[in-house]
Write a protein that binds this ligand. Structure first.
Ligand code: COA
Length: 393
């Protein structure tokens, strides 16, 4: 059977960062609560001229530079921090990357889960026509209210994936376990820039979705837990993935030590929660830091509050180490400019009216920027780095 999956994967984040030590000091909290209790060290914060579009385009750019745009006829943009109620954020990205017009571009939404729905849809498109490739973008800015318990679990990031036949990174296996249930653990009303969250309920809903998705995976003929070599779970904060693997171990009766997922935490500890991108930032970290993955099976669990869960597996391809981007991700993370508490709070509280023209200050060092609002529409532009354009592989 033809294999289909992730041919390449790239990450991007913002150019500003808040160290959780700064937040702990301001909140009078022991920093160990954040570093050990939540498993988080820093969180990316968008500058005034950054958002899900600029991060998504920045994540996609290296994929196009490496593989060209040939065969890409679909962009699926997954986000829960959409910038417009009607227009897909993917259309801004499509323009910034100077991609051909012969494409369908659409946005997917279901909290942190929707990138997995986009990935599954991409697999279906490629199964129908193996000459096509699909660009899947997951990009989000996680925002909770200032001084809320969710505040240390904010963050921002984007993952871009090229989905194709005969993938070079991860062949996705056909069996998935899925679950959906209407639950008010987390949502964002149309008139709110921050999420409404019942943190404790979101943790129990995540665990319930994980075991239910696992049971459906097993019922559908999925492999046993002992046949899975590594795990990569959605990481709103990395400690939750530790708890989830321990729960799966208890649920299946198979010993599943944390060493099977440890490498997947490297980027998310630094990014904070990147909602839709979080699972795929975990996957990128695993592929970048574990040298012994060729031919091994990874079990992935995707969760989106509200709530939808999916458990699925993929086989790492032999040449995966040649596609790594660890150095550029390390540089991006290290190159973020630390915010003072006052700067962070000012960015968090900034108003973003859509009914008057305004221009953003030039802050980002990334290749694309959000320039502001003109005639009620969002305006984006390239900065110093020219887009790759549709080169061939
Ligand atoms: N040193 C080490 N660990 C410490 C500590 C210290 N000084 N102080 C507290 N901790 C630990 C706690 O024991 C707890 O660990 P445990 O869950 O293993 O027992 C952890 O730090 C968090 O403490 P808790 O009191 O539960 O935190 P909180 O109530 O302030 O908030 C969330 C935690 C997750 C509820 C909150 O961050 C939140 O609402 N986040 C947004 C929602 C979310 O991300 N949900 C995930 C599913 S989508």
């Amino acid at each position: 059977m033809m294999s289909i999956g992730i041919h390449d994967l790239s990450l991007a984040t913002t150019h500003r960062v808040l160290d959780l030590d700064t937040l702990a000091e301001a909140n009078g909290v022991d920093p160990a609560k954040y570093h050990i209790g939540l498993g988080q060290d820093r969180m990316s914060i968008p500058a005034a001229d950054e958002d899900i579009v600029t991060m998504g385009a920045q994540a996609a750019l290296p994929l196009l530079e490496r593989h060209g745009a040939e065969g890409i006829r679909t962009i699926l943009f997954a986000t829960e921090s959409g910038v417009d109620q009607s227009k897909s954020a993917g259309l801004f990205l499509h323009e910034l990357l100077e991609l051909p017009r012969t494409m369908r571009v659409v946005e997917f939404k279901q909290a942190c889960y929707s990138a997995t729905a986009a990935l599954q849809s991409a697999l279906g498109i490629v199964a129908r026509n193996p000459r096509e490739r699909v660009l899947v973008i997951a990009s989000d800015v996680a925002r909770y209210e200032l001084d809320s318990s969710g505040e240390p679990t904010q963050g921002a990031g984007a993952a871009a994936m090229l989905v194709s036949a005969d993938p070079a990174l991860l062949a996705i296996e056909p069996i998935s376990g899925v679950v959906s249930r209407d639950v008010d653990d987390f949502w964002r009303p149309n008139d709110s820039t921050t999420a409404v969250v019942d943190g404790r309920l979101s943790v129990t809903a995540y665990m319930d979705a994980m075991t239910s998705a696992w049971d459906d995976f097993a019922a559908a003929g999925g492999v046993g837990a002992e046949e899975i070599d590594r795990f990569c779970f959605h990481q709103p904060f990395t400690k939750l993935a530790r708890k989830a693997l321990a729960r799966l171990s208890q649920h299946t009766g198979v010993e599943l030590p944390d060493t099977l997922q440890e490498a997947s935490f490297a980027y998310n500890r630094e990014l904070g929660n990147s909602y839709t991108a979080s699972l795929y930032a975990g996957l990128a970290a695993l592929l970048d830091h574990d040298d012994d993955l060729a031919g091994r099976r990874i079990g992935l669990f995707s969760y989106g509050s509200g709530a939808v869960g999916e458990f699925f597996t993929g086989i790492v391809q032999p040449g995966y180490r040649q596609l790594r981007r660890a150095e550029s991700i390390r540089d991006q993370l290290a190159g973020r400019v630390p915010l003072t508490l006052e700067e962070y709070r000012a960015l968090h509280s900034a108003a973003h009216p859509s009914d008057v023209d305004w221009e953003t200050p030039r802050v980002t060092e990334g290749p694309f920027r959000f320039a502001g609002i003109r005639d009620r529409a969002r305006r984006y532009e390239a900065t110093q780095t020219a887009p790759a354009g549709p080169t061939q592989e």
